[in-house]
Design a protein around this ligand. Sequence first.
Ligand code: TYM
Length: 333
Amino acid sequence: MELDKQDIKKTVFSGVQPSGVLHLGNYLGALSQWVEMQNQYNCIFCVVDYHAITVKQEPKELSRRILDVVKIYLASGINPEQAVIFQQSDITAHTELSWILNCASARLADLNKMTQFKEKGAKKESVSVGLYDYPVLMAADILLYNTDIVPVGDDQVQHVELTRTLAERFNRDYGQVFKIPEASVRKQGARIMGLDDPSKKMSKSASSPANYIALTDSPEMAAKKIKRAVTDSGSEIKFDLKKKPAISNLLVIFSLLSGINISELETNYKNKGYGDLKNDLAEEVSKFLREFQIKYNSFTDEEVKRILKDGADKIRPVANETLRRVKEKLGIN
Ligand code: TYM
């Protein structure tokens, strides 16, 4: 039998939480990778709303943000004709598999090692069980679709490693079901740092909006944020993560947005100062946002709802088939 080309394509799965504003770090670390992958692979991109409710959300705002995240996917260049876009809570197999993995594969010792839970939980007075268990739901997301590649920023690599552990343990204890996925992170851009503090990553839960460039910031606001970004001591424009973390971060952002590699940027700014770099980067970021937001504003809620429904309808049978095999192995089918 001749294999259809489609059949031998690898599967890519990734997702973004509809919590807080999406920022340049999400775009450069994750979304821009997805766009590059969609021509080559079977791509599935999820809006992970069940992950978002691990911390309290305002219901009206959450439903708004779910649609807005899809608009961000589309504005980034994800083509719903090529890639499947869907909402996690539309496919019940995610929470079902998550529970099964909780029982059959995940151990407290695994979850106790997760650094993101420690960081997110530390700032809160009361922490939901869901926040602790969140990486198991993420494993379920990935494993349901026989995923080969998970394009993410570097803060999610530990969760993909856990996914591998859970899958391998299940396969060993109950018989082969799951494919073992791999994380894909950018060489540069895997961790875009905060503009106000280059020792912390750019984050949607940052306490100050000076930390990030939101993809919905006005180009003028974004330019201001770049111009106010903290810099390092000295005046030389050089990529050096240890000695010049702030300038290195600006160079990475500049390079990824402009397509000019970092050594070329270093040469271009040899006899110039931090102010020159910031002015040019401010312009580059504004230009990017202007074009991005024209696309972002061109999609209607109705279109987005249709894309989500079609995506879920298309991909649900794959998830249900994996769940069926898992239940069969457990004797609960
Ligand atoms: P989330 O919503 O926090 O972030 C979405 C994606 O953006 C990346 N990212 C960054 N990349 C570079 N620099 C940064 N400063 C930066 N901040 C965020 C994240 O690494 C991520 O790729 N648990 C996930 C969502 C998720 C998921 C999944 C991802 C749920 N299920 C299955 C992949 C596969 C999260 O909270 O991402």
